[in-house]
Design a protein around this ligand. Structure first.
Ligand SMILES: Cc1cc2nc3c(=O)[nH]c(=O)nc-3n(C[C@H](O)[C@H](O)[C@H](O)COP(=O)(O)O)c2cc1C
Length: 189
């Protein structure tokens, strides 16, 4: 994989993914951006957060996360915290509906953290299938537990199981393209 010093000017897509949803979205975004020829036909780098890709020289960085207990996951948060002075776009997958208050709270938290030392370009969220082991755990909780499985929750888990789908990937590409195109060329930074 092309990371670190070999990459001079291209954008960087970094993702954190436990069960593959966010990785799938990241791969779709990389392919979509490459097909769109942009921006300016730059070389794109895709890397898992575990590779700790060097962000130096990247005109923009897209950081992908999965929602974990009301925030971005720990690895994505740590990578975001390490960034300073960059143009950062965000994308993520979660079990909740992307237009829910829960999703909006996560979006706000992650954007606020990224904005402490960087320029934030936006945040795209879509659903991602929930680990069946977690669904089973919720099913086993007593009815008075705040996480107990309800009909409404089960419906959400079943809907999440269909994502990310082709439509999510198309929407993510569109959103990320708009984020990275809002970056000025490197020469003016
Ligand atoms: C331990 C755990 C905690 C989670 N916490 C949340 C959460 O707070 N909010 C939410 O909407 N989804 C939550 N989810 C669902 C995941 O964010 C979702 O399935 C995501 O698409 C997983 O991405 P990945 O396949 O890239 O790891 C959680 C899943 C797990 C396993």
């Amino acid at each position: 994989m092309d990371t670190g010093t070999e990459r001079k000017t291209g954008g960087l897509i970094v993702y954190s993914s436990r069960t593959g949803n966010t990785r799938r979205l990241a791969e779709g975004i990389r392919q979509g951006l490459a097909e769109a020829g942009g921006p300016e036909g730059q070389e794109l780098t895709l890397a898992a957060v575990e590779e700790a890709p060097d962000p130096a020289g990247a005109p923009w960085i897209l950081v992908g996360f999965w929602a974990d207990r009301g925030n971005a996951d720990q690895k994505a948060l740590e990578y975001l915290t390490s960034l300073e002075g960059h143009r950062v776009g965000l994308f993520g997958t979660l079990g909740a509906y992307p237009e829910s208050k829960h999703a909006e709270d996560i979006r706000q938290k992650v954007q606020a953290l990224a904005a402490e030392k960087n320029t934030v370009l936006g945040c795209f969220l879509c659903q991602g299938k929930i680990d069946p082991a977690l669904t089973e755990r919720f099913k086993g909780l007593p009815a008075d537990n705040p996480h107990a499985m309800t009909e409404e929750r089960m419906k959400r888990h079943l809907e999440a199981a269909k994502h990310p789908d082709e439509n999510d990937i198309r929407n993510a590409v569109r959103a990320c393209l708009s984020m990275v195109q809002s970056s000025p060329p490197e020469s003016s930074r």
